[in-house]
Design a binder for this molecule. Structure first.
Ligand code: FES
Ligand code: MG
Length: 574
């Protein structure tokens, strides 16, 4: 133990009885730290994504104080620091544009400072992958405390799920007796406590992902933000990270190829968001696990859907927690998962969840009687998506899974907004809506606009779903027969850029095909006439992003951020 203590990274800053040691300690002393905190205590950085502009993370300031108690109790020295926080609901053009930027902030903040271990406080969609990606590129002992979902939305005797309700508003305002005051009341009813979206949207998906990867204490993902058990979890995570430093359990010890496979399998069973693919790949890229888009289909698409949560199902995260949460899912998936993967508490996934019990089979189905035989994400190939595209069958309409139709093309999101509700738009329920220019380079930032609202005139006729294609993403709270992440994207000159109104398109999910039924000569002619769109801006981060972002099938990280640089910095400032 004393041998380990000598090697604490932070002692390189705090250990010297000389000019440098003085500088490193003295200024920190203005916050009232006694001498012994600098003497061989594991220094724990509490990486906080709190922000009033990220409402889903609004309670994380309080959580940081709870984590600090745990760190102190275990003999560590906690130091909280803020990082770029990404809020899904307010940021323009899309929070996704800044995920990689936030990850750089996290990475450099960790490496540059005298930290031995890190606690990541996360919540809203991008705050989990951005912090985990950044932390992976340094690879210190790290634990995640997911902020937790909001309590179930309650509205006039019924329940409303955050996000998923939003996708019904256009329909409601058109068809129902749903007035302004109804909308205003629904707003606060949908968000009645601290926490992130309480559907199985991207935030809940990310919480499940980090728990499955082994980066949280057991059972973390589903505990509501306001439940006392979440506070206990935060405190215990503070204690545990100190031990992790002493045991030297780093991210790379936990994030093995098997852990990533577990995440894919579990995501299928919980009906997680399609955004999962992009974030997991970006994380894998940082830690050096070789993950391919095809792995998501190969490992996940035959896994049964077990969790009955919106948007695919009926219930919400609070129900999932009371039913037993993710540990029950692990137990059901026993014969599919690698149970020997190590987690932050030093035990294996199997050991941690052996005693899990299901308290509500309506919310978490058993593996023998699943909600759907095949839950995961399907990866499509074809001339329209040479590097792949994805669809979430559990959120789609079975009757549209094999469909041929006539393309109705929107050249940009503005073009879509301008024309979609025009009474003369030549479109019917068998048409295939095609949206271009919403990929990583094109939007820029790959916005969640792939689940385009249907045309008003078809909604009025009672049409509920149509095939929609784009190079964008969709919110994890959304649903429909929506093909996403088409790669290469249109702005990069993918075949998607060449689709014209009236072209026939064939979607065949069973055979994993997406084909533009236009012959190669004609496509070559169109390609020759194609002009690359001018980038949205010539300066700043956004220009850097456009020039360096990888395509969706690789996780949309910046090319120069892939991999990691370790924790060593040999030069000092003084
Ligand atoms: Fe933050 Fe949904 S908007 S989690
Ligand atoms: Mg979202």
């Amino acid at each position: 133990m004393s041998e380990k203590k000598k090697n604490l990274r932070s002692q390189d800053w705090f250990g010297g009885m000389n000019k440098r040691g003085f500088i490193h300690r003295s200024w920190l002393r203005n916050q009232g730290y006694p001498t012994d905190l600098f003497q061989n205590r594991p220094v724990i950085g509490i990486c906080n994504t709190w922000s009033e502009l990220t409402p889903c993370n609004g309670h994380l300031r309080e959580f940081a104080e709870i984590v600090k108690k745990g760190v102190l109790e275990a003999g560590g020295f906690p130091l909280e620091f803020p990082v770029t926080s990404l809020g899904e609901t307010l940021m323009r053009p899309t929070a996704m544009l800044f995920r990689n930027l936030a990850s750089m902030d996290v990475e450099e903040s960790i490496r540059a400072n005298p930290l031995d271990g890190v606690v990541l406080l996360t919540g809203c969609d991008k705050t989990t992958p951005s912090t985990v990606m950044g932390a992976c590129s340094v690879d210190l002992p790290t634990i995640v405390v997911p902020g937790g979902p909001m309590l179930n939305g309650k509205f006039r005797g019924g329940e409303i799920g955050s996000g998923t309700f939003v996708w019904q508003i256009k329909e409601k305002v058109k068809n129902d007796d749903f007035q302004e005051e109804d909308l205003l009341e629904a707003e606060i009813c949908a968000a009645r406590s601290s926490g992130h979206c309480m559907t199985m949207g991207t935030a809940s998906t990310m919480a499940c992902m980090v728990e499955t990867l082994g980066l949280t204490l057991p059972g973390a993902a589903a505990i509501p933000a306001v439940d006392a058990r979440k506070k206990v979890l935060a405190r215990m995570s503070g204690r545990r990270i100190v031990e992790m430093v002493r045991e030297d359990i780093k991210l790379s010890d936990i994030l093995t190829r098997q852990a990533f496979e577990n995440a894919i399998i579990t995501n299928a069973a919980v009906g997680g968001s399609t955004n999962f693919i992009i974030h997991l790949q970006a994380i894998a890229g940082r830690i050096g696990a070789d993950l391919k888009l095809e792995d998501f289909d190969r490992l996940g698409s035959k896994i049964p859907l077990l969790v009955n949560l919106k948007p695919s199902g009926e219930y919400l995260m609070e129900d999932f927690f009371y039913a037993g949460g993710l540990p029950v899912v692990f137990k059901e998936l026993e014969k599919h998962l690698h149970l020997d993967t190590i987690t932050v508490n030093g035990k294996t996934l199997g050991e941690n969840n052996r005693k899990a019990e299901c308290y509500n089979r309506k919310v978490i189905a058993s593996i023998d009687e699943p909600l759907l035989k095949e839950g995961g994400i399907a990866v499509l190939k074809g001339n329209l998506c040479e590097n792949g595209a994805v669809i979430k069958p559990s959120a789609a309409s079975p009757k549209l899974m094999q469909h041929e139709g006539r393309a109705v093309v929107f050249e940009s999101i503005e073009d879509y907004h301008q024309r979609i509700d025009h009474p003369d738009l030549d479109i019917d329920e068998n048409s295939i809506m095609v949206l271009k220019g919403v990929g990583p380079q094109g939007y820029p930032g790959m916005a969640e606009v792939g689940n385009m609202d249907l045309p008003e005139k078809l909604i009025k006729k009672g049409v509920k779903d149509m095939v929609r294609l784009s190079d964008g993403r969709m919110s994890g709270t959304a649903y429909g027969t929506v093909v996403l992440h088409i790669s290469p994207e249109s702005a990069a000159g993918g075949v998607l850029a060449l689709v014209q109104n009236g072209d026939r398109i064939q979607l065949d999910v069973k055979n994993r095909r997406l084909q533009l039924l236009v012959d190669d000569d004609e496509l070559a002619r169109r390609k020759a006439a194609w002009v690359k769109p001018t980038p949205a801006t010539e300066r700043g981060y956004v220009n850097l992003y456009i020039n360096h972002v990888q395509q969706a099938d690789k996780g949309a990280d910046l090319d120069f951020l892939v991999g990691n640089s370790g924790a060593d910095v040999t030069r000092d400032a003084h």
